[in-house]
Design a protein around this ligand. Structure first.
Ligand SMILES: Cc1cc2nc3c(=O)[nH]c(=O)nc-3n(C[C@H](O)[C@H](O)[C@H](O)COP(=O)(O)OP(=O)(O)OC[C@H]3O[C@@H](n4cnc5c(N)ncnc54)[C@H](O)[C@@H]3O)c2cc1C
Length: 459
C-alpha cells in the first residue's frame, strides 16, 4: 500500500525540523523521515545567530532556547601557561527596539533540535526515526519515495534536508561544486574536563603540534572539543585519543579530559549545489551548501532556507502560484554563495573575531522577482496604530500570515494569501503600503495600490 502526503521531508536535522514546524503550523500534511534510529547527539552547530533567534521567536520557541543559552564567553588563547590573546569573539551588544536579540548565543545543536522536535509535537507532528529514504521517482504530479522500512510514500513535493552527503541530491545528479580540503581534518567531540573553568573558551596553540580549543557548552557540564589534525595523522576518536591531543597541545598537567560523550571526524568541504530544485524536489540546508564551521553559519543558513521555503510550499499547495517555488533558489542560493565566501575567509584567516556580517540580520532579497521594492528583513520596532493603540512590530508579524501596514482597506485577491492588515497612525517607513512576507522580509513598500494588488497575485 502507498501512503500519501503533501510534503515528504527527508532528514530531521535543524533544517528538516524547521521546515516541519513551518508546515505543521499551516496545517500542511507532511511526513519527516529520518535514517537515524534516535535523535542525534553532538553540540556541532553551537552558535545561534541573532536572525535565527528572531525566527525562533516567530516559531514560538525563543524563550525556551534562550533559557538554555549564554552569550559566547571570552576566549583565552595560550601557549602552555603563557597567555597570547584574550578577547571576545562577538562584541556584546544591548537589545534595541529594532534588534531584540542582538547577541550570538551558544546552544548545543542537539538541544536546538530537541526544542524544534518538541514544538513540532505541540503542533501535532513527529519525526519517523529509522526510516531511510532509499529511492524515489518523480512525475508531473508528485514524487514516489521508497523507504528502508518497506513503505512506499507518495508526496506532492519532496524536500531533501538530508545533509551534506544528500542521497537525494546525488540521485538527481545535481552537481555539488567546490572543494574538499582533504588535508584539513578536525577531531571534534563533546567531553567532560577536570580542572578548567567554564567562564572562558580555552584554546592552546603549540608550535609544531597544532591547536586545541574547548568551548564550555551552555546549559550542560560538557565542553565542545576541537582539534585540527596534522596532515597524515591517523585520527583516534577514543577517550584516550582526546586525552592525548589535549595533553600534547595544552601542555597542562592541572586539567584533563575525563569523559567522551560524542565524537566525530570533520573534513572541511566548501561546496554549493548547482541547483536547488529539480521539478518537485527541493534541496535545503547542508544538502545544498556546506562550508567551514568558522563563523557559525551552517545551521543558521539551513534554518533560514527552511523559513524561506516553508510558506512558499504551503502557498503552492493551497492555490498560490507554483512559480513561487522558483523564487526559493533565486533568493537562497546567492545567500549561500556569500556564506561560503565569508566562512572560508574567516577559516583561512584563522580569525577569532566575528562581526555583524555573521549575524544574518542583513540577509535580504532585494532585486529578486518577489522583492523588487523591498526584500530586507523587517526590523522590530514600536508602532502607533490609527485607533490610538500601540503595538510592537514583531508581535504583529508573529504567525504564518502576511502583514500589511496601510491606512487603506485591503483589497482581497481571490485565492490570495492570508493578509492581516493594520493601519499605522503615520505611514510606516515612508511608503503608504508596506507588505511584510511571512518570513519577515518586506515584500513590497509602495505608494501605489495597484502595485500592491499586483504583488498579491505573485504570492
Ligand atoms: C565542527 C562543526 C561545527 C559547527 N559549528 C556550527 C556553528 O557554530 N553554527 C552553525 O550554524 N553551524 C555549525 N555547524 C554546521 C551544522 O552542524 C550543520 O550546518 C547543520 O547540522 C546542517 O543541518 P541540516 O539539517 O541541513 O543537515 P544535518 O544536520 O546533516 O541533518 C541531515 C539529517 O538527514 C538524515 N539523513 C541523511 N540521509 C538520509 C536518508 N537517505 N533518509 C533519511 N534521513 C537521512 C541524517 O541522518 C541527518 O539527521 C558545525 C558543523 C560542524 C561539523
Amino acid at each position: 500500500m502507498t501512503d500519501k502526503t503533501d510534503v515528504l521531508i527527508v532528514g530531521a536535522g535543524p533544517t528538516g525540523l524547521t521546515l516541519a514546524v513551518e508546515l505543521a503550523r499551516r496545517g500542511i500534511a507532511h511526513r519527516v523521515v529520518e535514517r537515524a534510529a534516535a535523535p542525534s547527539a553532538g553540540s556541532k552547530g553551537k552558535g545561534l545567530q541573532p536572525r535565527t533567534l528572531e525566527i525562533f521567536d516567530d516559531l514560538g520557541i525563543v524563550d525556551r532556547v534562550l533559557a538554555g543559552t549564554t552569550p559566547y564567553p571570552p576566549i583565552r588563547v595560550r601557549i602552555g601557561r603563557l597567555p597570547v590573546y584574550q578577547g571576545r569573539m562577538h562584541r556584546p551588544a544591548a537589545a534595541s527596539e529594532q534588534v531584540p536579540y542582538p547577541t550570538v548565543r551558544m546552544h548545543p545543536q542537539w538541544r536546538t533540535e530537541a526544542l524544534l522536535r518538541e514544538r513540532l509535537a505541540e503542533l501535532g507532528g513527529a519525526v519517523e526515526h529509522g526510516a531511510e529514504l532509499t529511492g524515489f521517482e518523480q512525475d508531473a504530479d508528485g514524487v514516489t519515495a521508497r523507504l528502508g522500512t518497506g513503505t512506499t510514500l507518495r508526496a506532492r513535493y519532496l524536500v531533501a534536508a538530508d545533509g551534506g552527503r544528500s542521497t537525494v541530491r546525488k540521485a538527481l545528479g545535481i552537481g555539488f561544486t567546490g572543494q574538499t580540503r582533504e588535508e584539513e581534518r578536525m577531531v571534534l567531540g563533546d567531553v567532560r574536563v577536570e580542572g578548567l573553568d567554564r567562564e572562558h573558551i580555552h584554546a592552546w596553540v603549540r608550535p609544531g603540534r597544532g591547536m586545541v580549543a574547548l568551548y564550555p557548552m551552555a546549559g550542560t557540564d560538557a565542553f565542545q572539543f576541537m582539534a585540527p589534525l596534522r596532515p597524515g595523522a591517523t585520527p583516534d576518536l577514543t577517550l584516550a585519543g582526546f586525552q592525548r591531543l589535549f595533553a600534547e597541545r595544552s601542555m597542562l598537567r592541572a586539567a584533563r579530559v575525563t569523559e567522551l560523550l560524542w565524537s566525530s571526524l570533520y573534513r572541511v568541504n566548501i561546496r554549493l549545489a548547482d541547483a536547488y530544485r529539480a521539478g518537485r524536489v527541493l534541496l535545503a540546508g547542508d544538502a545544498a551548501h556546506v562550508h567551514s564551521p568558522a563563523g557559525g553559519q551552517g545551521l543558521n543558513t539551513g534554518v533560514q532556507d527552511a523559513y524561506n521555503l516553508g510558506w512558499k510550499l504551503a502557498r503552492a499547495l493551497t492555490g498560490g502560484p507554483a512559480s513561487l517555488l522558483d523564487t526559493y533558489e533565486e533568493e537562497r542560493r546567492p545567500v549561500a554563495a556569500r556564506v561560503l565566501g565569508l566562512s572560508t575567509d574567516l577559516h583561512d584567516r584563522k580569525s577569532y573575531k566575528r562581526d555583524e556580517e555573521t549575524y544574518q540580520l542583513r540577509v535580504g532579497y532585494r532585486g529578486g522577482s518577489l522583492a523588487r521594492a523591498g526584500g530586507e528583513r523587517m526590523p522590530d520596532g514600536p508602532l502607533r496604530l490609527a485607533d490610538g493603540s500601540r503595538a510592537r512590530l514583531f508581535d504583529l508579524l508573529r504567525g504564518p500570515h502576511f502583514t500589511l501596514l496601510s491606512p487603506d482597506p485591503v483589497h482581497r485577491v481571490p485565492g490570495g494569501p492570508q493578509v492581516r492588515a493594520y493601519a499605522p497612525a503615520e505611514p510606516y517607513g515612508g511608503a503608504r503600503h508596506t507588505l511584510v512576507r511571512p518570513d519577515g522580509h518586506v515584500g513590497i513598500a509602495t505608494d501605489s495600490a495597484a502595485e500592491l494588488a499586483h504583488y498579491l497575485t505573485l504570492v
